[in-house]
Design a protein. Structure first.
Length: 267
């Protein structure tokens, strides 16, 4: 008689606690916070959420250099978005500058500040948490916990794994074209040519990958087995509770102070 197959073992993840948290829990923790801040446009709720997030980001396990490198686009995009709202947002209150459609008022300044703070408060924890997610662990969690179709999850995982190869292909194409003397001038023409070549390589590699996965039974409708188990633990529940608590604190403080501005309510 054949022995029954052993249950899949969980993957050990060394390092800070955040790296050992289930990726599904990280996604779930950002949902209530994002919903709470998307439904309102006021500076107080975003400020409360941002301060609480900054107090906890030290436990994320990222060094300061890596933290600033990963989050630099957020710190650049948020002020630009806030500035556009200051210049072109809804006018109300005292007017400070007015030139054509450009106007700076008390209302537009408040909207601009709230917009910038809200972008940072929503994007910052998402970026920091997603940096600590391993794609394979995420695929295991989505298939085993969320119960998404295995074919879709594995296909997305395989496509994500190809991103690194595309970067290497782009560099190889640039070096090859430079060696042939066709990349010395015409930056736009060179970029267009390399993009088409990379697209052709991507289509060919994708076709080969799809054929190989089908040959190995990845497209079967039979229930799949998994090499590693994906389960929820206490740390996962704690992270979800932290995300929910930050969202609740931001809403309660904003409503209590009277700054809550429910966007769907038209106020």
């Amino acid at each position: 008689m054949t022995a029954p197959s052993a249950a899949p073992a969980e993957r050990s993840r060394p390092g800070p606690v955040i790296y050992r948290v289930n990726p599904v829990a990280k996604l779930a923790a950002t949902i209530p916070l994002s919903l709470a801040l998307v439904l309102t446009l006021d500076w107080l709720s975003a400020t409360v959420a941002l301060l609480l997030e900054l107090a906890l980001l030290g436990w994320a396990g990222l060094g300061w250099r890596q933290f600033w490198r990963r989050t630099l686009p957020i710190w650049l995009a948020a002020p630009l978005a806030g500035l556009s709202m200051v210049l072109y947002g809804q006018a109300s209150g005292a007017t400070y500058v007015q030139f054509g459609i450009l106007h700076v008022t008390d209302g537009s300044i408040a909207i601009g500040v709230a917009t910038a703070l809200r972008i940072v408060a929503i994007a910052l924890p998402a970026v920091v948490l997603f940096v600590t997610i391993d794609p394979t662990d995420l695929a295991d969690g989505l298939a085993q916990i969320v119960r998404l179709p295995a074919r879709f999850v594995l296909g997305a995982l395989a496509g994500l794994r190809m991103v690194g190869l595309f970067i290497d292909d782009w560099r190889s194409l640039a070096l090859a074209r430079r060696a042939r003397g066709v990349a010395d001038s015409g930056r736009l023409r060179r970029f267009a040519g390399q993009s088409i070549a990379l697209l052709v390589l991507a289509i060919r590699r994708g076709s080969k990958l799809a054929t190989a996965m089908e040959a190995r039974g990845f497209g079967s409708s039979l229930p799949r087995t998994w090499a590693r188990a994906s389960r929820f633990h206490r740390a996962d529940a704690v992270l979800i509770l932290i995300g929910t608590g930050i969202a609740a604190a931001a809403v309660v403080v904003s409503v209590t102070a009277g700054t809550w501005n429910f966007i769907l309510g038209g106020s």
